[in-house]
Design a protein around this ligand. Sequence first.
Ligand code: PHE
Ligand code: FE
Length: 282
Amino acid sequence: ATPTVYGQSERAPRGDYSRGGLVNTDYTCPQNYAIYTEADHNTYRQLHARQSALLPGLACDQFIAALPLLGKPERIPRFEDINQRLQPATGWQLVAVPGLIPEVAFFTLLANRQFPVTDWIRKPEEFDYVVEPDLFHDLFGHVPLLFDPVFADHLQAYGVGGLKANRLGACEQLSRLYWFTIEFGLIRQHDGLRAYGAGVLSSPGELVHAVRGEQTQRIALDLLRAMRSHYRIDSFQPTYFVIDSFQHLFDLTAPDFTPLYAQLLALDEIPPGLILSGEELL
Ligand code: PHE
Ligand code: FE
């Protein structure tokens, strides 16, 4: 899931937010399992097969190890079945949502260890690219790492931090960090560079580009740097940020961001792809 203040975006989100009154005030709703068609299950199966074949050597170990916990790759999983494994593992729960939800609702769910998963899946003609996060992105991309205890704690801390950023008027800055870590982050593991970001892991083209691309720029994660940086939403990123471990990410983001947000006010924003002098490419 990705937060968006959809009241402020030019385009209405595509999910059905009325559902005959079935959407709750926290934007969660029942996963409408009965309405998935055979074509929907096929889309899931084909996306899963294509993407899981690419993972060795490109996805981090924790992701590959947890992927089977999503259940059988042949059909769209029931969120409640995943929850029976996820809840005992890290205390997280998946909740269904109709699509993009407002930032505060998103942060509140994460702070309560509830991960919002869009319950509709892309149409066959959107197989390679879908403009909004769908069930495949949310589930395949994000959920495996919720089984990792350190990553799980980090994501909850991000939710709590989001509520604070909202009070401080710093949601845009914090969401850039989310983009460059939880969506597009790379990690240095014992045997080389790998992806842990959901946006990378759920996209075949970007996974290869991010981890192996010859023109791709990779720099060590620096909080201020990431929060000053604009990202591309319409093409692959030119630059990715690298962490050493989930514990590194957790420790780096644990301090109070209030002084960082104040510092950011005096710093220029950085356009996509620009490397600052003195920055080392990994
Ligand atoms: N520690 C941050 C704060 O106090 C919150 C945060 C946690 C941000 C984890 C990102 C990731 O604002
Ligand atoms: Fe996402």
